[in-house]
Ligand binder design. Structure first.
Ligand SMILES: Nc1ncnc2c1ncn2[C@@H]1O[C@H](COP(=O)(O)OP(=O)(O)OP(=O)(O)O)[C@@H](O)[C@H]1O
Ligand SMILES: [Mg+2]
Length: 448
């Protein structure tokens, strides 16, 4: 079974989920990184404080420095101090030079701040002498990452939800679009638009839903054909019934008026028989067309069957010469004797009906490529070349105006074709070069 949609959805979900996780962690890391530094103008303020402290310290006016520090602490609600550090290596140890370069009491203003620490860090600006430092606890207003909780909410909740929502929408549309087309076509079909189809609306799509659309189209095609052929059959049947009904009506009027009753009673019987066979044939045809019936599956000897039909025809048409060439036995299996007999009988009866008295009808049964071929060639007028297929349509009669044309409903060959198709065979007609019609029947399942 085609599982393209399954793989498409799996791929989309797998790739989409991975991409979402990757995007969230990348955005999280980048945003947090960018939020962890003290804003440039605050850095400058801190540096300016350092410069003021250094200036006051260098002026030797300790009182002024103390006053300034006090005012700064009060204003910024923080702690600030100027301290001297003098590292003294003990027990004969010594300090490395680069350690002294890197040595700090507090954090540089350009360093990253740890946003997860509740306490604000102590910032340091070292004076030019390298041993005096201005220290200040970073005032709350300068602390970076003010909007960190909101950003984390956006990154961990709002963004995934939005992406998932878009994702679901894409999948939903991808799956629902063809289903909607199917729904519309089904509704249109149920409202009587027999031409409603879906597959062409789905473009180049080739997945489970496309094959569902294919199935729908096939079903619509078959049901549409059936409905049309039913309508045609009903219309044709009503038309055919009109003539015998008129004749019956006239005969009844005559009988009611007491005119030649003896003459009309057998005529009424004839018309009723005719109508009965017409209705029965039409119903059989409708059944064969609609139900795609499984006929009996039996084995039979075709030679015996054709021989008995030809014998009956010889008896029924004593003025005709019927010749039969057939192998001694011609066994076929999985077939329906009833369907086969009716079809062959129709064809041989037609040949007899259309061949003038004294004419020859040649029936030949021969093995042909794993099947049997039965040909029935007559010496009748044949049919116009463009009608060799039309004669298999229900109620079709070639050259109705032809003089002495035998009366028939035009159902025999339509039935024969469907009966043969139901057992896997086929039939075709062609005019013989020397005049007359030749019917060819292929009968499958030959067991030689
Ligand atoms: N052997 C034939 N020679 C000439 N025309 C034929 C022959 N067989 C059939 N046809 C033409 O094909 C038409 C259809 O044949 P079909 O057997 O279906 O109907 P029918 O014989 O007219 O009536 P029904 O078989 O229903 O009694 C006939 O009306 C006739 O015009
Ligand atoms: Mg016939």
């Amino acid at each position: 079974m085609n599982r393209r949609l399954w793989w498409k959805l799996c791929g989309l979900l797998a790739v989409g989920t991975l991409a979402l996780f990757w995007l969230i962690s990348l955005l999280g890391a980048t945003t947090e990184q960018q939020m962890s530094f003290i804003a440039r103008h605050h850095q400058e303020t801190l540096r300016a404080w350092g410069e003021t402290a250094e200036r006051l310290y260098n002026s030797g006016n300790e009182q002024a420095l103390a006053k300034w520090l006090e005012a700064l602490q009060a204003r910024e609600n923080t702690w600030a101090a100027v301290v001297r550090s003098r590292l003294e290596p003990l027990a004969g140890s010594r300090l490395q030079e680069d350690f002294m370069d890197r040595f700090r009491l507090g954090r540089d203003v350009e360093w990253k701040i740890h946003l997860y620490f509740v306490e604000n860090p102590t910032m340091e600006i070292t004076f030019a002498d390298g041993v005096t430092h201005f220290l200040v606890t970073l005032p709350q207003r300068m602390r970076p990452g003010t909007y960190l909780p909101e950003v984390r909410l956006v990154l961990k909740v709002v963004l995934p939800l939005t992406v998932l929502l878009i994702f679901c929408l894409v999948i939903y549309r991808h799956v629902m679009n063809p289903i909607r087309q199917l729904e519309t076509a089904t509704r249109q079909f149920s409202e009587g638009h027999l031409g409603a189809r879906v597959r062409s609306l789905l473009g180049g799509r080739n997945d489970e839903l496309a094959s569902l659309a294919d199935t729908f189209d096939r079903m619509a095609e078959r049901i549409g054909d059936l409905i049309l052929s039913q309508r045609r059959l009903i219309a044709d049947l009503s038309h055919e019934l009109r003539t015998p009904l008129t004749r019956i009506d006239m005969a009844i009027s005559c009988v009611e008026e007491g005119i030649n009753t003896q003459h009309f009673i057998p005529r009424l019987r004839r018309e009723c028989d005719l109508m009965q066979s017409l209705v029965e044939d039409t119903l059989t045809l409708a059944w064969l067309e609609n139900e795609q019936p499984a006929l009996d599956a039996e084995a039979l000897d075709l030679t015996d069957l054709v021989d008995s039909i030809v014998s009956d025809a010889r008896y029924e048409y004593p003025d005709h010469q019927l010749s039969l060439e057939a192998p001694d036995t011609a066994l076929i299996q999985n077939t329906s004797q009833r369907a086969l007999a009716q079809a062959i009988e129709n064809v041989i009866r037609n040949a007899c009906n259309y061949t003038p008295a004294g004419g020859i009808i040649r029936v030949v049964l021969a093995a042909d490529n794993g099947a049997y071929r039965l040909t029935v060639a007559d010496q009748g007028p044949g049919v116009p070349p463009e009608q060799t297929e039309l004669i298999f349509k229900p109620f079709f009669r070639a050259c109705r105006d032809r003089e002495n044309a035998p009366a028939g409903h035009g159902l025999g060959l339509a039935l024969a074709r469907r009966q043969l198709e139901a057992i896997g065979g086929r039939i075709r007609a062609r005019n013989r070069p020397g005049g007359g019609l030749e019917m060819e029947l292929w009968l499958p399942e030959a067991r030689l």
